[in-house]
Design a protein around this ligand. Structure first.
Ligand code: NAD
Length: 469
């Protein structure tokens, strides 16, 4: 049986079109069975972690050596500019492989506190076959956050990239085989939501690691529960707050981070700082600085050095436009932008936009927009700022800007969010810090020790010593 037709269209040059086919349910069957056989027959799980680490290091070196080729594939179909992909996205793949190789080599289990005639220890075992499902906004980085720890922990992986951006990860997987990864252990299944659903349902899949929208995450969780009660981890959407106190140091730097927080990748970032909540005395000074910086942004295709890359598809552009129009009809005030950027070559961009007075019932406040649209609000007192920063639904990441250490630490305690940045916005390249949300932003962590441990299941072994005769 054939899978659904797939049209891959570059948002940077809509005339570049590839016609492909989604992986069918037969392909899903074949991949899962290959992965399951490889996990058992290759000895990958049972071999010493140092042997696995050697392969992962060789793989990381090969990825680094093919930096430009992989970055080109990343920039071809998605929104990631080539200059950013070479500086960061491709490098993150190598870094993830090396970091999780180190975690595998240094991972320890426990001997528990029993009387001497008993020995109780735990052993962390790989699950078997991990289904990893990734979105389109950072195809390489978000895939690497999953396959690197899952493979390092001794699992086989079947990864379904977004139907819009499968190319770069296919090349990375080929390099894995060249590095010595047993064949069949890591499979890529390009395809749409139907392919993803068949993968989650497959009886040979032991656990599911998903990154994508909150709505799809809920479907994945329901399917995983109905088809084998598989453990799932869900990295979902966000509605990040940027909470700026009047005593924040260096408003120029704060403005840089606020603008980066909502326009990086044209706002197509799960942890985008999409809600600016600023203490009233510095509102005007900060807003002026933000506007100056937004004026300097350059829109263009991913192969130029742009700061405002394309919106991924005409459908997503129309969605952003629609949310902004509805927000205005519901009482929000437009301070700047609000329109798609015209482009003779039919490329999709959206103007950096600021909306004010979007109250809690406003669509722009409730929905993750996934575009360069910043909501502006003000506060007077600390408690009011915290109350406004805590979103009723999402809790992925939030930033706090203040020079008062006590206020910063109190805010970090009181913000209900998986990540808090103090005087900062954005993930550093360092992957030792775990990342993941709360409430409708999901559960489970990627990266850090927690992002390794989630690919292992803990077994308790109890040994009873008999008395010597
Ligand atoms: P999406 O939910 O539409 O798709 C994500 C992936 O799920 C794709 O590969 C898609 O094909 C697949 N899919 C769709 N339907 C499925 C189903 N029924 N069963 C299984 N798989 C299915 O999301 P998107 O538009 O690709 O990505 C944007 C979203 O991802 C945003 O909401 C963003 O916030 C979120 N995201 C979250 C993080 C994080 O770390 N929390 C990181 C990046 C993106």
């Amino acid at each position: 049986m054939r899978g659904a037709p797939l049209e891959l269209r570059s948002p940077s040059a809509p005339d570049i079109v590839f016609e492909e086919q989604s992986a069918s349910t037969d392909d899903v069957d074949r991949s899962v069975s290959l992965a399951s056989t490889a996990a058992k027959a290759s000895g990958w799980a049972a071999c010493g972690p140092r042997d696995r680490a050697q392969v992962l290091h060789r793989w990381a070196d090969l990825v680094d050596a093919h930096l430009e080729e992989i970055a080109t594939l990343e920039a071809l179909l998605g929104s990631r500019p080539y200059h950013e992909a070479t500086a960061r996205d491709v490098r993150v793949v190598g870094m993830a492989l090396r970091l999780f190789a180190a975690y595998a080599e240094t991972h320890e289990s426990a001997v528990t506190a029993t009387p001497h005639r008993q020995l109780s220890y735990t052993r962390d075992m790989p699950y078997g076959v991990v289904a990893a499902i990734a979105p389109w906004n950072f195809p390489l980085i978000l895939s690497a956050w999953k396959f690197a720890p899952a493979l390092a922990a001794g699992n086989a992986v079947v990864l379904k990239p977004s139907e819009m951006t499968p190319f770069s990860i296919l090349r990375v997987a080929e390099l894995g085989v060249e590095a010595g990864l047993p064949e069949g252990l890591f499979n890529i299944l390009p395809g749409d939501g139907g392919t993803g659903q068949a993968l989650v349902r497959h009886p040979g899949v032991d656990t599911v690691s998903f990154t994508g929208s909150t709505a799809t995450g809920a479907l994945v969780m329901a399917e995983a529960a109905a088809h084998g009660l598989k453990p799932v981890s869900l990295e979902l959407g966000g509605k990040g707050a940027q909470l700026v106190f009047a005593d924040a140091d260096n408003l120029d730097h704060v403005a840089d981070l606020i603008v980066r927080g909502i326009t990086y990748n044209s706002g197509q970032v799960c942890f985008a700082g999409s809600r600016l909540i600023v203490q009233a005395p510095v509102r005007d000074k900060l807003l002026a600085r933000i506007e100056q910086r937004m004026d300097r942004l350059v829109a263009g295709p991913t192969w130029q050095e742009v700061s405002l890359p394309p919106i991924i598809s005409p459908a997503q552009l129309a969605r952003i436009e629609q949310i902004v129009a509805t927000a205005l009809s519901q009482g929000a005030k437009l301070l700047r932008g609000g329109e798609p950027l015209a482009d003779a070559e039919r490329r999709c961009f959206f103007q950096p936009t600021i909306l004010q007075s979007a109250d809690v019932d406003n669509v722009a406040y409730r929905e993750e927009i996934f575009g360069p649209v910043l909501l502006l609000d003000t506060f007077e007192r600390f408690e009011e700022g915290i109350a406004k920063a805590n979103h009723p639904d999402f809790g992925l990441a939030a930033s706090v800007y203040t020079s008062n250490l006590n206020a910063a630490l109190a805010a970090a305690d009181q913000l209900d969010s998986g990540t808090i940045w103090i005087n900062h916005w954005g993930r550093a390249a360092d992957m030792t810090s775990p990342f993941g949300g709360v409430r409708r932003s999901g559960f489970g962590k990627d990266m850090g020790r927690a992002g390794y441990q989630k690919y292992l299941k803990t077994k308790s072994v109890w040994v009873e010593r008999a008395d010597l005769q």
